[in-house]
Design a protein around this ligand. Structure first.
Ligand code: SF4
Length: 545
C-alpha cells in the first residue's frame, strides 16, 4: 500500500515540486485557494464522483486523476481509487476515506506504481452493499473484470435498481462472480457483452437497454479504448473536456475537475450517449433513440459544487435564483423577519438570493468550525448527532431577540435542522423561519443518493406544518417545484424529481416505490435500502400479488 498520511501537502509548498507535469503546475495556484475553500466549507457529499483522462503526449496522467478526484471529494468520502493503463496492463490503487494529501517524498513512488498516459478514478459513498470497512473496500472503484482474454476497468456513478436480476445473469455466466456492489454488475455486464463478440458500441448499447437505474460510466478496455457513457435518462452528470493544446481529453462528473486540471469543457454527454476518445478527439454516438432526459434535480440544490457548471450556468447562480424565488413565494414571512442566516455552506448561495430580493440583512452569524468537516447527512447513524452539534457555531449576540430567516438546501431526516434551530433558540432568536430550497422530499431515491427508504424521510410521513413543529421552526417554507425548475433552466420533463413528486423515470423504480410505499403506510417496517431488500427481488421478478 502507498503512504496515506497527510505529509507536506503539495498546495502548502511555497514552490511546487519540479517533477510535477505541466498540467499540475498550471493548476498549482488555484489549488491552494481551492484547498482553503474546501477546508472551510467542510462539504462532503453523497454518491460517487468519476474522472478519466488520456494524454496523447504520453505524459503520466496520475497527477491529473489525483487532482480530478480531489476536486470532487464532496461527491464521496468513504473511499477512493486510481487506475492507470500502461502496456496493456491496469495499475490500481484503492483506499478508504478522502483522497489524501501526498507527501512530496512519496510522489515518485506514486508515479512508479501508477504509470501510464491513460487513467480513471473514483470517489465513493456507499449507496449499495454493506457499510462495514471490508465491504467498502470491496466496493471501492474503479472495478476491473476479465474473461476470455478480455479485460475491462470502469468507474461508475449512479445506482442500479434491477440488481437481483443482473446478479443471477452474471452468476450464470461467470461461475466465480461475487458481487460486492452495483459497479461490479455494470463492469461484468459490459464484459459479458464484449465476450459475446460484440464491439464496444453494441456492448454498451446492450448495457443501456438491460439496466434499470442511473449510471454514468467512464472506462478503459484491455486494448486501451477510452470511453464514457450515460444511461438513457442521463440522471447523473458527466461532461467532457480537453486541454487547450489538444494533448489531453477527459471525462468528469463535474466541471470543477476539468478546471483544476486546466482543461476546457466541451460538452455534457446526452442521455444514452457513448463517447470515445480517438487521436482525432471525441467520437460521439447516440445509442438510444429519443431518450427521456431525467437529470437529478437534487444536483442543483445540494450535491454539485457551486462552482461547477451545468449547461453553462454555475450552480451557485441557480442557488441564488432559488433564494429569489422563495422570497417572492413567501412575502408575508419576509415582511415579518429581521435578518437572514444560512446553514453553511450549501445554504449560503440561496441566502444571497434572499438577501438581494428582500433587502434584509444577511447576518453571517452561523459559522462552521473550519476543521470539523464531516457532513452530517452522510455519516452513519451513530456518528450523526454529536457531529452536527459540533460543527456549526451560532454567534448568539447577533440573533438574540431577532426574527430570523434561515436558508437550508433540503430537509432529509430533519435532525441537522433541528439541532441548528435549537441552537438559534438557545441564542435567543425570537422567531425562526426555515427557507428550504429543495421542495419537501416525500420518497426515496433509487438512483445513487442514500435516502433510500420511506422511514428515514421526515417529509414522507409528515406535512410541512408537522415538520415545522418537529424541528422547532415557526414556519417551514419550501420553494415550489415550479420555482426550482425555472431556476435550473430545464423543463419539468427533463428533470428527475422523483423524490419530491413520486414519479420515477424508470419502470422498476416506480413499481418498487409504489409497492413499498403501500406496505410502509400499512405498518411494514423497512429493512434498509428498498432496492436491496428481499422484497425488491420479489417485486422485480413480478411475483407480487
Ligand atoms: S430521486 Fe431525487 S435525489 Fe434521486 S435522482 Fe431523482 S431527483 Fe435526484
Amino acid at each position: 500500500m502507498l503512504a496515506q498520511q497527510p505529509l507536506v501537502a503539495l498546495e502548502q509548498r511555497k514552490n511546487p515540486p519540479s517533477f510535477l507535469t505541466k498540467n499540475v503546475l498550471k493548476a498549482y495556484k488555484p489549488l491552494r485557494a481551492l484547498h482553503l475553500y474546501l477546508s472551510f466549507k467542510g462539504e462532503i457529499k453523497i454518491g460517487c464522483g468519476i474522472f478519466g483522462i488520456a494524454s496523447f503526449e504520453n505524459e503520466p496522467v496520475f497527477p491529473c486523476v489525483y487532482w480530478g478526484l480531489r476536486a470532487q471529494n464532496h461527491r464521496g468520502h468513504q473511499s477512493h481509487g486510481f487506475l492507470t493503463y500502461n502496456n496493456e496492463k491496469f495499475f490500481v490503487h484503492k483506499s478508504l476515506d478522502l483522497v489524501p494529501k501526498l507527501k512530496t517524498s512519496a510522489i515518485q513512488e506514486w508515479f512508479g506504481r501508477l504509470p501510464g498516459s491513460l487513467g480513471i478514478g473514483n470517489v465513493r459513498y456507499t449507496t449499495s452493499g454493506k457499510c462495514d470497512d471490508q465491504s467498502i473496500v470491496q466496493g471501492t472503484q474503479p472495478m476491473t473484470a476479465e474473461a476470455n482474454g478480455i479485460k475491462l476497468a470502469v468507474s461508475f456513478n449512479g445506482n442500479i435498481v434491477n440488481t437481483q436480476q443482473l446478479k443471477q445473469e452474471m452468476a450464470g455466466h461467470f461461475p466465480n462472480f461475487t458481487c460486492s456492489c452495483d459497479s461490479d454488475l455494470v463492469c461484468n455486464k459490459l464484459l459479458l457483452e464484449l465476450t459475446k463478440g460484440k464491439d464496444l458500441t453494441s456492448a454498451v448499447k446492450e448495457v443501456m437497454l438491460s439496466l434499470d437505474g442511473a449510471f454514468s460510466v467512464v472506462g478503459i478496455t484491455g486494448s486501451g479504448d477510452f470511453f464514457a457513457f450515460k444511461d438513457p435518462h442521463g440522471v447523473k452528470p458527466l461532461c467532457a473536456g480537453h486541454s487547450p493544446d489538444g494533448a489531453m481529453y477527459a471525462f468528469s462528473s463535474e466541471t470543477v475537475s476539468l478546471d483544476i486540471n486546466g482543461l476546457v469543457r466541451d460538452f455534457e454527454l446526452e442521455p444514452g450517449e457513448l463517447a470515445t476518445v480517438t487521436k482525432n478527439g471525441f467520437k460521439r454516438e447516440q445509442l438510444i433513440e429519443n431518450p427521456r432526459k431525467a437529470f437529478c434535480a437534487f444536483e442543483f440544490a445540494y450535491f454539485a459544487r457551486p462552482d461547477s457548471r451545468f449547461d453553462g450556468k454555475f450552480v451557485y447562480e441557480i442557488r441564488e435564483d432559488f433564494g429569489r424565488n422563495i422570497v417572492h413565494e413567501y412575502p408575508e414571512i419576509v415582511n415579518d423577519a429581521d435578518i437572514i442566516l444560512s446553514v453553511p455552506e450549501t445554504g449560503d448561495d440561496s441566502a444571497m438570493g434572499v438577501h438581494e430580493a428582500s433587502g434584509l440583512r444577511w447576518e453571517r452569524a452561523s459559522r462552521r468550525h473550519r476543521y470539523v468537516t464531516e457532513r452530517a447527512f452522510i455519516l452513519l447513524n451513530d456518528e450523526r448527532f454529536s457531529t452536527i452539534d459540533r460543527k456549526v457555531n451560532i454567534l448568539g449576540s447577533k440573533v438574540a431577540g431577532k426574527r430570523v430567516i434561515i436558508t437550508e438546501d433540503s430537509i432529509v431526516r430533519g435532525d441537522t435542522t433541528k439541532v441548528i434551530i435549537e441552537k438559534l433558540r438557545k441564542a435567543g432568536a425570537k422567531k425562526v423561519y426555515m427557507f428550504v430550497t429543495f421542495p419537501r422530499i416525500i420518497g426515496p431515491c433509487f438512483y445513487g443518493i442514500d435516502m433510500s427508504s420511506y422511514g428515514q424521510l421526515i417529509g414522507s410521513r409528515h406535512s410541512t406544518e408537522e415538520i415545522a413543529k418537529i424541528i422547532g421552526a415557526d414556519t417551514v417554507c419550501y420553494q415550489s417545484i415550479d420555482g426550482l425548475v425555472r431556476a435550473t433552466g430545464e423543463s419539468h420533463d427533463n428533470l428527475c424529481m422523483a423524490c419530491i413528486t413520486g414519479k420515477y423515470p424508470t419502470p422498476l423504480a416506480q413499481k418498487m416505490a409504489d409497492e413499498m410505499k403501500t406496505r410502509f403506510f400499512n405498518g411494514y417496517t423497512e429493512k434498509g435500502r428498498i432496492y436491496e431488500a428481499d422484497e425488491a427481488c420479489i417485486i422485480s421478478s413480478g411475483k407480487t400479488n
